[in-house]
Design a protein around this ligand. Sequence first.
Ligand SMILES: Cc1ncc(C[n+]2csc(CCOP(=O)(O)OP(=O)(O)O)c2C)c(N)n1
Length: 368
Amino acid sequence: MIDTKAFYDCLISHNMDFFTGVPDSLLANFCACVKQNAPDNRNIIAANEGNAVGIACGYHIATGKYGVVYMQNSGEGNAVNPLLSIADEEVYSIPLLLLIGWRGEPGTKDEPQHKKQGKVTLALLEAMGIAYEILEDNYMPQITRAVEYMRTYSKPYAIVVRKGTFSDYKISKESADYPLSREQALECVLSCIPEQDFIVSTTGKTSREIFEIREACGQSHSGDFLTVGGMGHTSSIALGMSLGTERNVYCIDGDGSFIMHMGAFAINADKADANFKYILNNNGAHESVGGQPTVGFKIDIPAVLKAVGFEHIFTAQTPEEITAAMQQLADVRLGALILYTHQGSREDLGRPTVSPIDNKKAMMEKFV
Ligand SMILES: Cc1ncc(C[n+]2csc(CCOP(=O)(O)OP(=O)(O)O)c2C)c(N)n1
C-alpha cells in the first residue's frame, strides 16, 4: 500500500502541482489528499474526463508543466477524443500524466458495468499509443520514468492504479444542511410515481438506493432502468424512452451526472414530450465516490434548465414539498424538479442483484 500523502508530495517534488479530473472510488483517498493540499485553482474537478484532458493541455501550453489528470477507467471513453485529437504526438504533442483507477481489473470481483472496461483498460491505452505502468509500492522510480518520458517525447503517460493501492486519507465532507438524505428524498419521490410509469436513474448510489427501496417495499424493479454505467447519459436514455412510449418517464439524476454532459439538456428540452419528467438530486457533490464537490451549489441549475427550454421548475427539500412538487410535475409539460439534500448514505447499502441484461429485459416486457 502507498502512503497517499507521500505519493502526492512525490508528484509535487517533480513539479507536478496541477491536478484536474473526475473523482473515482479507487482514487478517493488520492482525490481527498489533493483536495486537502492543493490550492483550489490547482485542483480543477472537471465536468467530465475529456474536459480534464483539455484543461491539462491548456495548463501545459501556458506553463510547460505536466498536469495530472485523475479519472476512473470508465472515464477513458470521455478522454479518448481530446487525447487523440489534441494531446497526441501527431497533433499538438502535449505531455500530461494520466492517473487511472482500474475498476474491473481481470481476476478481481467488480460490478457488471466495470467488467468490459476493466478488460480493455490497458489495451485502450496501447491502441492510443500511450505508454503506461501499473502503480507499485516502490513508485518513485516510476514517477521519475514518467517525467523523463514526458520530457523526452512530449506525450501523455499513464499510471494505472489497482484497487486498494492508496492508504486512507480522510477529510471531512462539506455537506449542506438540508433536512433529507438522498435516500430519504428518493423514498418520497418513488412513493409518488404510479406503478405504470418508468424511471431511469443515474449511476452510483442513486440507483443502488432505488433498488433497495423497491426491495424493502416488496415492489417490482421492472419499471426502473438503473443506469449502472455511462454516467451523464441518464437523461438521454430517458429522452429516447419517452419518445417511444405514451407513459411517463421519470429521469432521476445527480448533479455530477447532470454537469458531466449538460449539453444533453438543450436537446432534451427541444425534443421531449410532456411525458419526460426530470428530477435532479442536488447534494453539491460526487457523493457516491467520496463526496468531492461539484459546482452543483455554485450554479443556478433551475435557471440553466429554464434557459434551455424547461417550462416549469420546482424545488423541494422536505417530504411535504416533494409530494406537492411531484403532483405538479405529473401535470405539466417540460417540468423539472430539483431536490436539495445533504450528503451521506448507509454503510450497508447493497448493489442491484438483478443483472443489467435482466433489468433491461424485464423493462422491455413492461413496455409492451
Ligand atoms: C465516466 C465516468 N466517470 C466517473 C465515474 C465514477 N462515478 C460514479 S458515480 C459518480 C458520482 C456521481 O455524482 P452525482 O451524479 O452528483 O451523484 P451522487 O453520487 O452525488 O448522488 C462518479 C464520479 C463513472 N461512473 N463514470
